[in-house]
Design a protein around this ligand. Structure first.
Ligand SMILES: N[C@@H](CCC(=O)N[C@@H](CS)C(=O)NCC(=O)O)C(=O)O
Length: 204
């Protein structure tokens, strides 16, 4: 399997974690220059990573890729058994991708557009801080977001939420937004412990 990425890609880390948990090691990572997407476009017809090439197929979009990994290597399962429980996890993934990501992307977009004084930034930042309570609540009485075993919801959220805990600085502007607005302010002990637990998982 070949996986196309860029340095420190959050969405590609979802895939690295899924493959690591499955024990899949036959993976070649191809890291592209973020400023030159021509190779990614040539392979997949679009510019975002991760892109997986496997069995003559080209797959894009990290969580559908994680679902494909789960179907291809069923153990350990990344989604719970039962339609209702699966749907709950899928609902979380949709929330995370289509709702939670909006504020950090909007703040990042405003900064890149040279509008760091955009009046909407404080509201987006406050929304990000408020959502920390929801993650803390999901971790009451269990080690992972939807149960005692790591699963798709954890892989989906962790590469972004990990910036709540100080780590090696990098110069990525989007990561900087997360560091600034997810800081745990000395609270959120379950969220902090979950990030440390996730830090220790294997990656392909
Ligand atoms: N929905 C896609 C989003 C992929 C995505 O945004 N990838 C980022 C890297 S983490 C990227 O390629 N960004 C390029 C850009 O914004 O120009 C997924 O989950 O894979």
């Amino acid at each position: 399997m070949r996986i196309h990425t860029i340095p420190d890609s959050t969405n590609a880390e979802r895939v690295a974690l899924a493959l690591g948990l499955k024990g899949v090691t036959d993976v070649t990572w191809i890291t592209h220059d973020p400023e030159d997407r021509s190779g990614i476009r040539a392979v997949s017809g679009q510019e975002l990573v991760p892109v997986v090439e496997a069995d003559g197929r080209v797959l894009t979009d990290s969580m559908p890729i994680v679902a494909w990994i789960d179907r291809t290597w069923p153990d350990p399962p990344l989604w719970p058994a039962g339609d209702a429980a699966r749907r709950e996890v899928d609902g979380f993934v949709s929330f995370f991708n289509f709702v939670w990501k909006v504020p950090p992307n909007a703040i990042d977009g405003a900064r890149r557009a040279g509008a760091p004084d955009d009046a909407r930034i404080p509201a987006w930042a406050e929304q990000l801080r408020a959502w920390r309570h929801g993650f803390e609540a999901l971790l009451h009485g269990r080690d992972f977001l939807f149960g005692d075993q790591v699963g798709a919801a954890d892989l989906c959220a962790y590469p972004f939420l990990k910036f709540a805990v100080p780590r090696e600085p990098d110069d990525d502007l989007f990561h900087g937004v997360l560091v600034e607005h997810l800081a745990l302010d000395g609270g959120f002990p379950r969220l902090k412990a979950w990030i440390r637990r996730m830090d220790g998982l294997p990656r392909a």
